[in-house]
Write a protein that binds this ligand. Structure first.
Ligand code: CA
Length: 234
């Protein structure tokens, strides 16, 4: 059972989602406004937040950013209308992990939730105890810790798993399908834009390392996927 916060102002949709989530064994708190969601988030911690972006009182992306400050380890999945494409990208950058487009299909919703809630179980090399060192970057899957030139790199759950997956095979091209299936879910049937957003986030973390650090490069392979290249002088 997971503790879920459902943020949805539409009575019909909210009721349908709440009923279905409860039937799947989750404990659901339902907030119909952005302010209500922020209040709930200060009262308790949640495993996952389903956040409608179109809220009556506050901007959904701003709510997302605020929720992220109090619920650091919570998975945030945005619910969006098709014409909110820009909001999705901004929302993912504001700390959301994923999004679903309305009308939400319940089978897809539950598949996504399963994928997110099993996070931490999909580490690529669970039996590896030795950290992987690539230049100044060290990825330790046993402690789920990443350091860059000795400094801790704070990563979100999926950012870590994506990096661990790429670092498991440095210099090897990994297809989008493989990354989606290994890091997210084998039955993923949503957009894979979330992959690109997570890659962009990792690149930003690497660029924070500053000049002189030997940082791996995540190379985009058009029409295929990504490859993690070790720094040239490493
Ligand atoms: Ca709405």
């Amino acid at each position: 059972m997971a503790r879920l916060l459902l943020v949805e102002d539409d009575e019909t949709i909210g009721q349908a989602l709440s009923t279905s989530l409860t039937a799947h064994g989750h404990s659901v708190s339902w907030a119909p406004t952005g302010n209500g969601a922020l209040r709930e988030s200060r009262l308790g911690s949640f495993d996952l937040i389903l956040l409608d972006l179109g809220l009556p009182d506050l901007d959904g992306v701003a709510v997302c950013r605020e929720l992220r400050t109090t619920q650091a380890d919570t998975v945030i999945v945005m619910l969006t209308a098709r014409d909110e494409e820009m909001d999705v990208i901004i929302g993912l950058e504001a700390g959301a992990d994923d999004y679903l487009t309305k009308p939400v299909r319940l089978a897809e919703l539950h598949a996504r939730l399963r994928a997110h809630l099993r996070r931490g179980e999909s580490i690529t090399r669970p039996d590896t105890t030795e950290p992987t060192q690539l230049g100044d970057l060290v990825v330790d899957t046993s402690s789920r810790r990443v350091t860059l030139a000795g400094a801790d790199v704070p990563l979100r759950a999926k950012e870590f798993e994506l990096l661990a997956r790429l670092a498991a095979q440095p210099g090897v091209a990994v297809s989008r399908d493989t990354l989606m299936s290994d890091v997210w879910d084998e039955h993923w049937f949503g957009s894979t834009k979330t992959l690109d957003v997570h890659v962009a986030a990792l690149r930003r973390r690497f660029s924070d390392a500053g000049d002189g650090a030997l940082v791996p490069t995540i190379v985009t392979l058009r029409g295929h996927g990504y490859r993690l290249d070790v720094p040239p002088s490493a």
